[in-house]
Design a protein around this ligand. Sequence first.
Ligand code: 6R9
Length: 635
Amino acid sequence: MSRYKISNFEEYFKEYKKSIKDPKKFWDKIASENFTWYQEWDKVVDFNMAEAEIKWFVDAKVNITKNCIDRHLAKKGDKTAIIFEPNNPDEASQSFTYNELHQKVSKMANVLLSQGIQKGDRVCIYLPMIPELAIATLACARIGAIHSVVFAGFSASAVAARINDSECKMVITSDGGYRGNKTIDLKGIVDEALVNCPSVEKVLVAKRTNTDVQMKEGRDQWLAPLVEKASDNNAAEIMDAEDPLFILYTSGSTGKPKGMVHTTAGYMVYTAYTFQNVFNYEENDVFWCTADIGWITGHSYILYGPLLNGATTVIFEGVPSYPDFSRFWEVIEKHKVNQFYTAPTAIRALAKESLDYVQKYPLSSLKVIGSVGEPINEEAWHWYNDHVGGKRCPVVDTWWQTETGGILISPIPFITPTKPTYATLPLPGIQAVLMDEKRNEIEDNQVVGSLCIKFPWPGIARTIWGDHKRYKETYFSTFPGKYFSGDGALRDEVGYYRITGRVDDVIIVSGHNLGTAPIEDAINEHPAVAESAIVGFPHDIKGNALYGFVILKETGEKRDKANLAKEINQHIADHIGPIAKLDKIQFVSGLPKTRSGKIMRRILRKIAEGDFSNFGDTTTLLNPEIVDEIKNGKI
Ligand code: 6R9
């Protein structure tokens, strides 16, 4: 990807203008100069935004793993592709060259084929951050199976819902996983999930914790012996540009999680291009993104983006606080990391601890440091810039989403002057606009609007698995003809964007998207609960935390409230996962509702924040008296 590296600010504007004037030409050049294709495209892009129909590189044929692995072998077969850094620093790290990765992925691909997995089949991957996760994911892509990686922190019922939604034929998991000082029983969770998953025929189990697990005859097999026996010769399936590459679930503001579908060629071109430009990756650099491969950030910037560029990428199994708060800095020093990419929630948690943890390490290998997942507040930005980047590494605050496939708005390091809390400018090819409530494009600056993109880019998700109507309604109907992100943003006089947060009912907690509806559904299933409403409130470390207002049934009213609160949180952990637990639970006798029955979350949000100053117009409420009751009972 060296040719498409932008080298100064002027060139950025030039490139940007060119990319807007003729997007087809812009992407055509990038796609044809940087990848290996079995067959090139007839048309660069074909789209109808009103119908949410988007195709890139129409009729091209390609395999993404050929581009991630095979094409690097001639020149850099012995270069390190992946460094695996275990949870426990006393365990040795491992590394795999591109040659070794090629061998492992080919073997795994042959295992999948021998187990009856074919092109187009869905495979659920529920693994901790170990090399098998990367290898299994790439092996699916190699044979054209659609991977659905589910973050290994989700509960059995959340896993089951995701497996059933896309009717996965196979699950790849491990006996267990390590996270800090905890061991997680992943196989047990899969067993529980599979009680309700009729589509799953086979389960492959990697060994990580050596814990005793139950193996179900005819369904479950250990992975290692299968891999050992498999040939390391695999031809890679020829995929159409628009064949689905993967499904990744993200929370919606209503109902069940959305299985975002990304297709092959566009995602490949977009992640490769953004990785190169946003992180200024140079040959021999070591890149580390601390996300989990179970989230889009891990898909695009641990696996695909780096490997497409022939980079060295770190897979880290652990957490920032184990064995102590210096772990990130120790790992950077140990592997001489050059680009470091993490989330504001981690930065805030580490900034709360003694500076000694970070100052113990020179961190002089770092060149670029990045942030993703939620708005980064000014204090955290400065701490990161001063103490991690040593004021010499540009902070790239990258704004994007599961739906966008790759980064859309971000500074380009050493080129775009950074500004704390601003994601700055759209990358070339990205036509960002702000829309007002009347659905007009906002021309002025210093105004908050809904952030939309008015022309497709190659990395955009193409649909929601099994529900194109929902895809169209969620993203393309609020502002007809445009992609609506669900985020609000402010634009300054230079044109820099500052993301202000979600404008819908999604709450970002520690960088994880949580929809209020599924959490409320989980709470409401508790036998003592009549109704509930969840809102977010500011939290020092998590960015936002969850505050639940819960109406009890008569039976619940008689029970001990502290116990009930604990049970409700356990209920949420069981149904969704521990990440969705509530920080605060207030039992109330009613919720403020409009006459059409809609909960006025705006008011609940203010109460949760402790801001009782101005509730706005409450006269339209069906039950205005409830506001005082809730306010007075605030915990
Ligand atoms: C990549 C990822 C998407 C939502 C997005 C927005 C928030 C992400 C951000 C940011 C402010 C940034 N978000 N990056 N907000 N500044 N740099 O996180 O994808 O998990 O789908 O979340 O995260 O609200 O809409 P995903």
